[in-house]
Design a protein around this ligand. Structure first.
Ligand code: RAM
Length: 346
């Protein structure tokens, strides 16, 4: 079942496509998209490097479609913090909001208010809860949750020699993206790796939350080691968590193996020196780029967001699948062999 994550060649192809599309003159009209749209790009938190890359792609799309895009959001990755910014966007009469939901439930009433005010809402990277899918037009996500979650289990299995107990260092307990990946990890580890187990017995009891905050993630890494001194491996499905874990593992000379979803530019020193063998991630630049196109087309009424409908972003066409989700495509893995290439891209 488990397909391999994509190759460097594919990554380079995607980056090539992005570069090609960004040479179009600024403010050139893209058929099917109104020019002059006022678009807000809201990350879980503005100080996370992953979202800087996401915004970079969003801004490239904005230039191509002649939109005015503002990167705006809190410095703390929580729903209540995002709500304050969503309210401002409603007051300031934005046309479009592209948002990564820090909290799958807490922001929903504000998104509904935005929708009622005529703002087209698209989630990207992290969605709202499935039951609240009608609060946004579509969600642009990296890849199917099961793919992302089970791949991370395979990486840690490889690192620990398919033996030992595993903990998870996550972002916030309220984040739909991390929760969906973790849900997929649980049964997969148990069925595929008979000599591995979760430190707490089940995956749910093995998750430590660092809230996408470097200091908290560092403290949670220490908490895992003190509560479970025999822990063989830590999966951190967040760029903030996996970086904190790598830094701490190195500083404490800890034996525990670390993997997860890491930004290559941040993880490069720890991959190069062998602290961490492998991490993976999609291209967040592409993710932001595609999300802006979906949102701008929806606002311009050339895309409905309905299941089965599709939209074009750059040279590629994306189809909306069950749950109102469009997926970017295959993520990549990074090791000593290819990190030098990827760290220059994102
Ligand atoms: C962090 C955020 C983001 C997630 C990545 C992998 O930057 O939690 O939502 O997609 O990690």
């Amino acid at each position: 079942m488990q397909k391999k994550f994509a190759s460097v060649a594919a990554a380079v192809a995607i980056v090539g496509a992005l570069v090609a599309s960004s040479v179009a003159p600024a403010n050139a009209a893209v058929p099917g998209i109104k020019t002059g749209l006022k678009i807000a790009i809201m990350p879980k938190a503005v100080n996370i490097g992953y979202f800087t890359a996401w915004n970079k792609g969003a801004q490239t799309a904005c230039k191509e479609i002649g939109a005015k895009c503002t990167y705006v959001g809190p410095t703390e990755a929580t729903g209540p913090a995002q709500v304050q910014f969503i309210n401002k966007i409603i007051q300031q009469k934005y046309d479009v909001l592209v948002i990564s939901a820090a909290d799958q439930n807490a922001i929903v009433p504000s998104l509904r208010k935005a929708k009622a005010a005529g703002i087209t809402v698209v989630t990207s990277d992290a969605d709202v809860a499935a039951a609240s899918a009608s609060a946004r037009v579509v969600s642009v996500l990296p890849a199917a949750s099961a793919r992302i979650g089970t791949a991370e289990v395979d990486w840690i299995a490889e690192a620990v020699g398919k033996k030992g107990s595993i903990a998870v260092l996550s972002a916030a307990a309220t984040a739909a993206n991390q929760n969906a990946w973790i849900a997929a990890m649980g049964p997969y580890l148990t069925s595929k790796y008979p000599d591995m187990k979760w430190v707490g017995g089940t995956v749910d009891k093995s998750v430590f939350y660092g809230d996408d905050d470097a200091t908290k993630s560092t403290a949670q890494f220490a908490a895992i080691l003190s509560q479970y001194p025999d822990v063989a491996g830590i999966i951190s499905p967040t760029t903030v968590g996996v970086l904190a874990a790598a830094i701490e593992k190195k500083a404490k000379n800890a034996k525990v193996k670390v993997t997860g979803l890491g930004l290559p530019s941040q993880m490069a020193p720890y991959i190069e020196d062998g602290t961490v063998e492998k991490v993976g991630l999609w291209n967040p630049i592409d993710l932001g780029y595609v999300a802006v196109y979906a949102a701008a087309r929806a606002k311009s009424k050339s895309f409905t967001g309905k299941v089965g409908s599709s939209f074009k972003a750059g040279k590629k066409t994306y189809k909306v699948t069950a749950g109102g989700i469009a997926y970017l495509g295959d993520p990549f893995t990074f090791t000593k062999a290819n990190i030098a290439t990827f760290k220059k891209i994102y």
